[in-house]
Design a protein around this ligand. Structure first.
Ligand code: MN
Ligand code: MN
Ligand code: MN
Length: 292
C-alpha cells in the first residue's frame, strides 16, 4: 500500500546498504529511493555510519535530502532491541568510539559463529563470509551463503533451518550494551533515538508498553509507528503507544534488498493523524510537514 504522507513529501527514515546487510551500495540505494519517489531518506546501517559519505554524494546528485542515521543493537531485559539514531553529529568523538565498540562486538560474534560451525568442516569459513559481506563483519546471512556455496546445504532457508536459525549452533547472541547506554550515545551526539520496528520483537502488548516506557525514561524520543510488513491493527496500536508515551512518530521501510514486494523504499502506510512527526525536530526541520 503506497500512501504518501503529503503530496510532495515521501519520507523513509530506515533502510540498509552494503555498509551493513543490505544488497545495494549506498549510491544505488539512493538512486532507487529517488526512483521510488522518496524525497527524504535516512540510511540506517547496522552499527555503522560507513555508508553515509557515499550516500551523501549520491543524494546531492539525485536531489534528495539525506538525514544522518544508523541502527544500533542493544539489550533490554536480555532481549536484542534495535534503536535507530537520526540526525546526530557524525563526527562526534564519543559516538565514533561507541560505534567502534559495536563493531568489535560484531566481530567477536562472527568469530563465535565460525567456531560453532567448525564441525561442518568448511575451510576458511570466516574469511569467505567476510568476502561475501564485502569486507565488513559478516552476519548470519553471509555465513548462510558460504554454506550454500560449499554445498553443505541446498539453500539459504536450509542453512538457517539446520545451522543458523533460532536455537541452532550458529545462533550466537552478540554482547550488546544496555538500551539506556545506546540512547545516551545518540543523545550525546545531538541525535534523536527512535525505537525501531516495535512489533518485530514478538513482545506482548504489556511487555511492549513496558519497553516503550523504559525507553522514554532512558531519554528515547521517538518510535517507529509505520514500518513495512505490519497490519493496520499494528499501526493503530503503535500510534496509541506513541501518543500515550508522548513520543515522536517515525516511519521507515527497513528496506534491505530489491524484490521483496512487501518492502520497498518509500512504501510506508500513512501514519494516523494527531502524531508529532520526528522530522519536525530535526536540527534542520524538513521543509513542509504532514497535514495534522
Ligand atoms: Mn538488517
Ligand atoms: Mn532492525
Ligand atoms: Mn533495519
Amino acid at each position: 500500500m503506497t500512501i504518501p504522507q503529503h503530496p510532495d513529501l515521501c519520507i523513509d527514515l530506515h533502510c540498509h546498504s552494503t555498509a551493513s546487510d543490505g544488497t545495494l551500495s549506498p549510491t544505488d540505494l539512493v538512486i532507487r529511493a529517488r526512483e521510488k519517489g522518496v524525497t527524504h531518506l535516512a540510511l540506517t546501517d547496522h552499527d555503522t555510519v560507513n555508508g553515509l559519505a557515499e550516500a551523501e554524494g549520491a543524494a546531492r546528485a539525485q536531489g534528495l535530502s539525506l538525514i544522518t542515521g544508523t541502527e544500533l543493537s542493544c539489550l533490554w531485559k536480555s532481549r536484542t532491541i534495535h534503536i535507530v539514531g537520526l540526525d546526530f553529529e557524525v563526527g562526534n568523538a564519543g559516538f565514533q568510539a561507541a560505534l567502534e565498540r559495536q563493531n568489535e562486538n560484531r566481530w567477536a560474534r562472527a568469530r563465535m559463529i565460525t567456531e560453532r560451525l567448525d564441525k561442518l568442516k568448511v575451510s576458511d569459513l570466516l574469511e569467505r563470509a567476510t568476502v561475501v559481506s564485502g569486507g565488513d563483519v559478516p552476519g548470519r546471512p553471509h555465513f548462510a551463503r558460504v554454506l550454500v556455496e560449499a554445498g553443505v546445504v541446498k539453500d539459504h532457508a536450509q542453512a538457517f533451518k539446520r545451522h543458523l536459525g533460532n536455537g541452532k549452533p550458529g545462533d550466537v547472541k552478540a554482547y550488546w550494551p544496555e538500551l539506556s547506554e545506546v540512547v545516551r550515545w545518540i543523545n550525546e551526539a545531538g541525535g534523536i533515538a527512535v525505537l525501531a520496528h516495535p512489533r518485530k520483537y514478538q513482545l506482548t502488548a504489556t511487555k511492549l508498553r513496558e519497553l516503550t516506557a523504559d525507553f522514554r525514561r532512558a531519554g528515547g524520543q521517538g518510535i517507529e509507528v509505520s514500518t513495512s510488513g505490519q497490519s493496520s491493527g499494528d499501526l493503530g496500536f503503535l500510534a496509541e503507544l506513541c501518543r500515550r508515551e508522548s513520543l515522536l512518530a517515525s516511519q521507515g521501510s527497513d528496506f534491505h534488498f530489491p524484490g521483496g514486494s512487501w518492502c520497498e523504499l518509500g512504501r510506508i502506510m500513512k501514519m494516523p493523524d494527531g502524531l508529532e512527526p520526528v522530522w519536525h525536530h530535526f536540527r534542520q526541520p524538513l521543509i513542509g510537514s504532514l497535514p495534522a
